[in-house]
Every structure is written in C-alpha cells, then in structure tokens.
Design a protein around this ligand. Sequence first.
Ligand code: MN
Length: 240
Amino acid sequence: MTNKPIIGITSAYVKHNHYMEGVYVHHDYHKAVIEAGGIPLILPIAPSDVLDEYINLCDGFILSGGEDIDPRFYNESPHPKLGFFYTERDESEIYLTKRIIEKKKPVIAICRGFQLVNVVLGGTLYQDIPSQLSEPIQHVQTINRSKSSHTIDIDKNSKLYALLNESTIFVNSLHHQGIKKLANGLKAVATSPDGLIEAVELKDDTSPLFLGIQWHPESMSQRDDVMKSLFLELVHASKN
Ligand code: MN
C-alpha cells in the first residue's frame, strides 16, 4: 500500500475526430497532482451510482475546467455569446459536487469547476463577461496559459490567504464566464481589478479543504511555487 492519496479529476467529453472521442483532461492537471505527491485518477462522466463509488474511492478531488455550463441549471436561457456546453457533464458533476460537499472531501474547484460550485449552491453566472460586465479587464488572455496576466486581491480573512500568505498575486486567466450572483453558502475571498470574483470558500467550512478558484494553477505550478502550494495542500488534506 502507498500513502499517496488518490485525487479524482473530472473530465470533459471531446469528439476529436471520427475515430477518437471520449475522456479529455488537460495534462497539466495530472502533472500537477503527481508533482505534489498524489495519484491522479481521471473520472469520466458517469451515472450517480458510479459517482458514489468514486466518492468512496478518492481521497480528494479536482473539479476541472472546460466548456460552459448549461444555463438551465441557473434558470437562464442561452445568451448569444454562450459557448459550447455538454448537459450530461453538468448533470454528472452537479451530483458529484453535492456529494463532495456533503462528505467533506478535500476539493479544489478550478475555472469551470469554480463556476459549477456556485451554480450547485444556487448562484448564477455571467454567460459572457465581455458583453455582460461593465468595463471588464481581459479574462481570456492571449499569452500562453502557463503565464500570468492579471492580479487578484485576496481577503486577509480567508483560508486562501492563510495558505499563500500573499494579499495580491498575479494569475493566469482563461475564462469568458464568471460568477454573477454569488451563492448564499459561499463567500468571495479574491477579486480581480474589475470586481469579478476570482476565489470562493464555503461560509461555514468544516471540511479539510474547500477552495474554488477562477484561474488555472495547474498550468502555472511547474514554475510558480505559490501555485504549487495549492496542490501540495490538496494532497496533504487528502491524506487524513
Ligand atoms: Mn480572470
């Protein structure tokens, strides 16, 4: 037996071509987990009874990034600038997220995962930041995803601050959606200069780790120790 924790990572369904379709996860996620001492396990879209088994099997979770979320799950109709969405993934991850919260499993929700947590707990999203937020900064950066592009200010009364010990950091940014109405059960713990929420925690958090972040630390962690520390914390929290 190993004492390395198993970290379940949610995935997208992608049709690459006529011969190749199936599970997709950007390799930076499993690289970051391995680097931090965990065992990455890619989770396909699955029915609830199988997801219950993943809840038991995995010590911690990453809700990964990807396509937009079907706006029906926050009672809106599609905006003209809504991107591709895959309702089956949403249904699968909404169920998994509820169980993760219920069972107090350590989790980092990244980008789409961060937005999904807000939707699961009753919040809403900007379906397209450039056309719905007034005077937004650039949140879909044109430079490589491993590089940072905008700052965030971190609330000093947060676990994120306690973890990073930084009140302002540079992050990468690869999202055209974002949190509009914050869910009641969440508190915003970081914002970008245009006021957009970039990190959330549970208001009454008794779990070992619950962190939602809008940026992609997995793509920065190989060169950035602040980002790497997030994965070290996930692996650490998942050992207990
Ligand atoms: Mn951003």
